[in-house]
Every structure is written in C-alpha cells, then in structure tokens.
Ligand binder design. Structure first.
Ligand SMILES: [Zn+2]
Length: 542
C-alpha cells in the first residue's frame, strides 16, 4: 500500500522557491527524485475555486465555487465590486463545502485519512479518520472538525484570521510562522501514529503572508523577507522529516493552488471599454459623485475616513452612494447589453444584460446573446494600453469554453484573463489609471496562475519533468497512485508520467459516489460578519 502525504502551500510559488538563498533542500529533493511541473490554477486563480478543483478533479462549473461568495450574475449590484456588502443578500451568499462534500479524492481511500486545514472544507464532513476544516471559517475561536471532539485536542489554528488587518507586518509574520510550527507538529504526531493511508495538510501562512510581505522580497537582508523565507523553510523541514518517517512505502506531494506575484500597476475599467464599444449606455455627463471619487483617489487618508463612515450607513444608502461614486447610477439598463462583474485577478468577468435573467434585460437569448458575446470578446481582445500599446488581455472566452457542469449558468457570460500587469476596476471613469502606491504597499502580492506540483516516493519515477499541468489533474493522479479507480467523468486526466510502470490506472465505471448536495444552510449574521472580515483583510472582497 502507498501511504500518501500531500503538503499544500496556499499560494506557494516558484518565484520564492527559486530564490538563490531560499535554501529548501527537501522540496528540491522531491523534485529531483520524483516528478514535478507547473500547476496551472483555475480561472479565477483564487483559493475558493482552486482547492475544490484540486480535491475533486472537477472544474468550477461542476463544484460551483468561483469565489468565496456566489457571483450572483443576475444582479446589477455586483457591478461595483464583489466586496460591496450591500450587493449581497442576507445569508446564502458564502459558498461552503456542502456544494461538493464527499467528492474529494480522499473520500475514495480505503484506509483512514487525516485532513488538516484544507481551505473550503467548512463544514467538515464525515470521513474514515479525521478532518479539521480550513480557511475561511464562520468563527475562529475554535477548530471545526469531524469528529467534533477532535476540535478540543488541538489549539485553535486560525485564531488570527479575522484580525489580520489589525496586525502589523511583523506581527502577521510571527503568527504565520507559529501556525506553521503548530501544523507541522500535528502532522508529525499523526504520521507517527501510522494509521493513515492519506494525509493532506494545507499551509495558509504562505498566502496570508505573501499578500502583505511580497514588497520585501526585493530587499535582500530585510527581516520580513527572511521571515517569509523561514515559512517556506519550516514547510520544507516537514517534507524532509515526513519522508524520513514514512520510508519506502511513503509518497509525498508538494503542491499549491495558485502562484503569486506583484500587484498590478494599472487599473483597467472594463465598463468604460464596454461603453466605448456601444455595449453599455450611460446617460448624461459624469455626475458630482464621480468627480468627488476622482479627487479622492489622491487623498488616501480622507478616503479611509469616508470608507469607515460609509460602513455605518444602512445597506440601501451605501448602495446608492456606491452607484453615484462609480457612475453606475447613470447606466441606462434598457439600452445596455453588458457590464463588468469582478473576478479575482487576473481574471475578469463580463455579464450580458439578458432578458428573462436580468431585471431590465435588453438582450434576447439566442442569436442576439451570441452576437453580443462576440462583440464583448472582440472589444476585450482588441484592448491595448493607450500609453504603451501593449495588449491588456491574454484571452477572452465564452463561459462554456472554460466551464461545464451543474453550475455553468452561475459563471459570467464572458471570462477574460488579463496580463498580470493590469487589474480590472469598476466604474465609468478613465479606461486606464495607475494603481495608487498606497494600494501596492498594503497589498503588494497577488495570486498568479502558475502554481507548483511535485511528487516523489512510492510508485513515482525519478527525474520526470511534467511541464505544465492543470490543477484538475491532481485528484485523478493521486487516485491512480493509491490504486483506486479513477472516475471516468473527471475533468482532469491522470499524469501518467508521474507513475512508475506497473502502477495500473484503473478506470472507474462512472462518477464518484456524490453526496446529495443538501440545501446550503444560511450562516448566522454573526458568522457572515466574521467570514467577511477575514476575507476583506486579505483583499478578497475589494
Ligand atoms: Zn490569497
């Protein structure tokens, strides 16, 4: 029997691993002694979509997680940003594991499993073994586990996740380092018990830290650059210890859900592009609200005060202010065919104003819908940086070219991938605008499409370059390595080169035993607020 340990780094990237002074001998050894490549994330490359795809081998259209919240593409209020609380309905907007629980590769294991801190596994579901739900959680004072009594055996692992915005860079680094030590100790304790066939641990610290600490990477000798490298070294040490302990029958995979890179330097307003292409109709001149917004861009301190004040307004009033400030209140829906819906960058979503779906839909389903999508794609693909002439968009696709499954109709009608130097923005102001330095300083690192994958040990040949693979290929590959049938309807494929001759890939008859996706229970207002706070602090809601 192969014993498998999966070490997940949220946001783990070669941009850090490959630094000359990174000093990560054990991850290097997994690569040399096994198979490794670049793991291309989901579109969008966000934790909420990517980890479920890793665990299930399903695309986001099938597991239904495109973001931490449902996108709500039928609502105009999403126009000014997924972060705007008032654009969400009470409850039900946060997606939870109930959409797909039971369909993770470890649910197919034949012997006990141990699952520690894998994102998007709240609520934890029943497994043969133990599971500690990962980020995000509805409250961080305790662990959320299956079986429930496991919670008390462990320290509350993510107890700072809803206070990240209040921590200094140094405090954040210290908390992230401490979390890695705690998780490392738990994994080694469980491994020594020796009763698990599959163990999966995800380190959230790399993601939490890189968002804030990326700016130190080009400052050699800076203590916070060193702290970030120490996080990787702590994980690297676990990889070494675990391989020693697991011995001949052990296989260790090191992977990430997405990569990381510097924040974009230029905002691009897709709504302005659509308006210029005659697809979004804004009546009248720019209003006073838009002029005020433009002026405020140069006054970060005042902007913070205003933001706090706005936060105290009732949702309806906040909605109206946001609509004024971005120019959305000027949109004439009866003459508008399309508008932007934010996705995590570098992805960008465009929604068609469709009759029968949108409240004031202006586009007929069928031929007209397709023509509008053609025009959106042409506008996006023709988009050039007016200052440099550089193409802004890598590609723009119809949603069905990217996704399939029961949740396809929740995806924006057109999805584009921007060059990472550009980030989509809402409103009808100028087409491009430099990102204020204050934003880049506060949120210096963002996700990138290119994650990592490496595996070595029992059943894996040495020295294999896997090239570029998709994150949905992980689950079928791990199932094959474990000798379990690979369901024939997965969106990913087995990475056959990562398996030694003699590891026979058994094709399963059909699907996973899918658990009936129950009605997702609404979270309480307090739980929603906690989730929202922890996501906002990490920049996922702006
Ligand atoms: Zn992140």
């Amino acid at each position: 029997m192969t014993r498998l340990l999966v070490v997940g780094l949220d946001g783990g990237t070669d941009s850090v691993i490959g630094l000359p002074d990174a000093n990560l001998p054990n991850i290097a050894a997994v690569r040399e002694q096994g198979a490794s490549g670049t793991l291309i994330s989901t579109v969008p490359p966000i934790t909420a979509a990517a980890w479920p795809s890793m665990m299930t081998g399903w695309n986001p259209g099938r597991h239904g997680m495109f973001d931490f919240r449902t996108l709500g593409i039928e609502r105009y209020s999403r126009l000014w940003g997924a972060g705007h609380s008032s654009s969400f309905e009470e409850g039900r907007d946060f997606v939870t594991s109930r959409r797909w629980s039971g369909a993770a590769f470890w649910d197919q294991a034949e012997a006990p499993v141990a699952i520690l801190s894998v994102p998007m596994t709240y609520p934890a579901w029943e497994v043969d073994g133990r599971m500690v739900a990962g980020f995000p959680l509805p409250d961080y004072d305790r662990n959320h586990t299956e079986p429930p009594e496991l919670a008390e055996e462990l320290p509350p692992l993510l107890d700072f996740a809803d206070r990240i915005g209040k921590l200094s860079d140094r405090e954040l680094a210290d908390r992230c380092l401490a979390l890695i030590s705690q998780q490392r100790e738990i994994v080694m304790r469980w491994l020594r018990e020796g009763r698990h066939e599959v163990m999966v641990v995800v380190f959230q610290s790399t993601d939490f830290a890189q968002h804030r600490l990326w700016k130190y990477l080009d400052q050699p000798g800076h203590p916070l650059r060193e702290a970030l490298l120490e996080m990787y070294r702590g994980i690297d040490a676990l990889v070494g210890e675990a391989r020693d302990l697991m011995g001949e029958e052990g296989a260790v995979a090191v992977l990430s859900d997405h990569g990381f890179g510097p924040h974009a330097r230029t905002f691009v307003r897709s709504d302005r592009l659509l308006a210029d292409a005659g697809l979004l109709s804004a009546g009248g001149e720019a209003g006073r609200g838009e002029h005020v917004t433009r002026a405020l861009r140069r006054a970060p301190a005042l902007r913070r005060v205003l933001r706090r004040t706005l936060g105290r307004l009732p949702a309806g009033a906040r909605d109206r202010v946001a609509a004024r400030a971005t120019g959305v209140s000027r949109v004439d829906w009866t003459r508008s065919q399309a508008y932007r819906i934010p996705l995590y960058p570098p992805a960008e979503g465009i929604v068609v104003n469709l009759r029968g779906r949108q409240e004031q839909g202006a586009v007929e389903p069928g031929a007209e819908y397709e023509q509008v999508r053609d025009r959106i794609i042409a506008a996006l693909e023709g988009l050039r940086d007016p200052d440099t002439g550089a193409p802004v968009v890598q590609w723009a696709k119809r949603r069905e070219q990217l996704y399939s499954g029961a949740h396809l109709d929740e995806a924006p009608d057109v999805v584009a991938l921007f060059d990472p130097a550009y980030k989509g923005a809402s409103g009808l102001g100028d087409l491009v605008e430099p990102v204020p330095q204050q934003i880049i300083d506060g949120y210096s690192g963002v996700h990138a499409m290119e994650g990592i994958f490496a595996i070595a040990g029992h059943g894996v040949p040495a020295g294999v370059d896997l090239g570029e693979r998709s994150i949905v290929d992980v689950a079928p590959t791990l199932l094959a390595l474990l000798g379990r049938p690979v369901p024939s309807d997965l969106d990913g494929a087995v990475m056959a080169e990562a398996l030694r001759d003699g590891v026979a890939v058994r094709e399963g008859a059909g699907s996973y035993q899918e658990r009936a996706a129950g009605d997702e229970p609404a979270l309480s207002a307090e739980e929603e607020a906690t989730l929202e706070r922890s996501l906002r602090d990490l920049g996922y809601l702006d």
